[in-house]
Design a protein around this ligand. Sequence first.
Ligand code: ZN
Length: 305
Amino acid sequence: MMNWPDKIVICEVGPRDGLQNEKSLFTVQQKVDLIEKTVQAGAKIIEIGSFVHPKAIPQMADTDEVAKKMKRVDGVEYRALVMNVRGLERAEAAGISKAKLTVSASRAHSMSNSKRTPEEVVQGFAKCAAYAANHGIVLSGAISTAFGYPVEGRIPLEQIYSVIAAFREIGVHELSLSDTTGMANPQQVYEYGRMVKEKFPDVSWFLHFHNTRGMGLANVVSGMLAGIDRYDACFAGLGGCPFAPGASGNIATEDVIHMCHEMGIHTDYDLDAMISIGRSVQNMIGHDTDSSILRAGKCSDITCS
Ligand code: ZN
């Protein structure tokens, strides 16, 4: 008998990971509407943007305004990406109390980005950890390119352990393994998922998949079988990856919800509401996206005549 979870949690990363990869700039009001509607549709965790330098990611320059303007719902976690103490200060001023720090697991990628190893990058976050602890902000860590990186190939588990240990060292207890480059396969996800859970039982885990090579949902299934019940996903399957040529989007939130509901796994989401959000996102950006449900509809829509 396979051991399926009763329920999974899906963090909607669209307002951050999705929109930052789109050429079209959204207005503050459009972002606020998307965030509020997604929360109404059932999101309990939502990534609302990034507090990074506006020159680095112009699409996220207005995250402060978005955070101040959006209506909040009790019990929903609104999180944002930061890279340094300056980002945490902005998060705090905007009333965001959950911040995510990202490091690349790939040594080659980390060195070319920052001339530092992944462990050194995480050690550099110690200042953020101190600031967060003193200002009531909870930190989360994202380990990107955790499964593979183009020039380096598969990232060995030992390398992942070492980055996790560095995060543990600065007191971060929630981590995600992100397949930024779309290189993870289900067997690898099962192995990595089981191993990190076993080796770091006090860490709570997220998995973050891109559907670049069509393995996204299969990887979610593998993650569930490995005992991980929290996943990032993005409305309409938006997103890409600036350093992974040909990368397509994050797994689509509506695809994950639909699959889970077909399997009898609860998600908290209203699928129809997320489908209509996905459609309006496609209309706003003006192009098709990698979402099976937006393309084909739900299983239950099919009628035989
Ligand atoms: Zn992503």
